[in-house]
Design a binder for this molecule. Structure first.
Ligand SMILES: Nc1ncnc2c1ncn2[C@@H]1O[C@H](COP(=O)(O)OP(=O)(O)OP(=O)(O)O)[C@@H](O)[C@H]1O
Ligand SMILES: [Mg+2]
Length: 279
């Protein structure tokens, strides 16, 4: 993997002209100032007229390079919409989204190609990046090793457990040479033990590779276990209503008293938000 920092990618709102939205690496501009992701006063509405639904309203946030930011919020508050805009899959209705390089998205379902082996899924990401064939095999082996799947390269997704499939998805994200990971409830479908292991591995990869991670979850304790910061989104339309620093030593345990104590404070704030909008 190259350690070179990718350039800034502007995802300005359509008002700033379609041309501002790059379609290739050549459209990227330089200078980052250490900010990997920046949203300024971003709003996103779907539909029009009576069917118009404002999913996100005036959301601003900045994620520094190397940060691990967790975002919690009630179902439907716009978390996936937020990630989609940062990934460039969707455009803001107004406001500015700036991203340093092309991030990789990891969803709750690993989203692997079922007809390809674990090796094939990871190799495809390298191929799409233009890595020559002779260099791909050793890189795939290295990446599978990083996520503790050495020896499982020939398995197809249906021959892997849910946790293993998420590891392949992680290896594939790393194969994209993305320095930013956008994770949407990636461990929500896993059993507690597998999830604990993947928390440890994600933390290790974050540290070793200096990744920037934006991690969305319903699970407040998971957010405190992983994040350097936790942001609480309001119920729809989503806005950042509170931010908590997580100054707890690592490695953290999900069940540790200090994690539980801070999670209670965050959960209380999230609960207020949900009650406010449930009235
Ligand atoms: N393509 C779309 N067209 C219309 N409405 C949409 C679209 N995508 C999302 N929405 C609406 O925007 C709101 C936010 O959706 P989003 O998926 O971002 O929520 P979420 O916070 O990720 O929820 P969950 O926690 O359940 O995954 C919801 O009311 C949803 O119905
Ligand atoms: Mg979602």
């Amino acid at each position: 993997m190259s350690n070179a920092l990718p350039n800034i990618l502007d995802r300005d709102a359509p008002a700033a002209a379609e041309a501002a939205i790059p379609t290739s690496a050549t459209a990227r501009t330089a200078t980052t100032g250490g900010v990997a992701i920046e949203l300024r006063d971003v709003s996103k509405a779907f539909g029009s007229g009576a069917n118009r639904l404002v999913a996100i309203d005036g959301l601003s946030l900045a994620v520094g390079g190397g940060d691990f930011l967790c975002v919690v919020g009630a179902s439907g508050c716009g978390k996936t919409t937020l990630l989609n805009m940062i990934a460039g899959l969707d455009k803001a209705t107004s406001g500015t989204v700036r991203v340093e390089g092309q991030p990789a998205l990891i969803f709750q379902e690993a989203g692997l190609f079922p007809w390809l082996t674990a090796r094939g899924n990871v190799e495809l990401a390298l191929q799409l990046r233009g890595v020559p064939r002779r260099d791909r095999r050793p890189q795939v082996e290295e990446l599978l090793g990083r996520v503790h799947l050495a020896g499982f390269g020939e398995r197809r997704p249906h021959e892997l457990s849910g946790g293993m499939r998420q590891r392949v998805a992680l290896a594939r994200a790393l194969a994209q040479d993305a320095r930013i990971l956008l994770m949407d409830e990636p461990f929500g479908a896993l059993d507690a033990m597998t999830r604990d292991l993947l928390h440890d591995e994600l933390e290790r990869l974050w540290r070793e590779l200096g990744l920037t991670i934006l991690f969305v979850t319903h699970n407040v304790r998971e957010a405190v276990r992983l994040g350097e910061r936790v942001i609480v989104l309001s119920s729809r339309p989503g806005r950042a209503v509170a931010e908590f620093a997580v100054p707890l030593p690592r490695p953290r345990r999900l069940e540790a008293p200090d994690v539980s104590a801070l999670a209670s404070v965050v959960r209380e704030r999230l609960g207020e938000e949900v009650r406010l909008h449930a009235r």
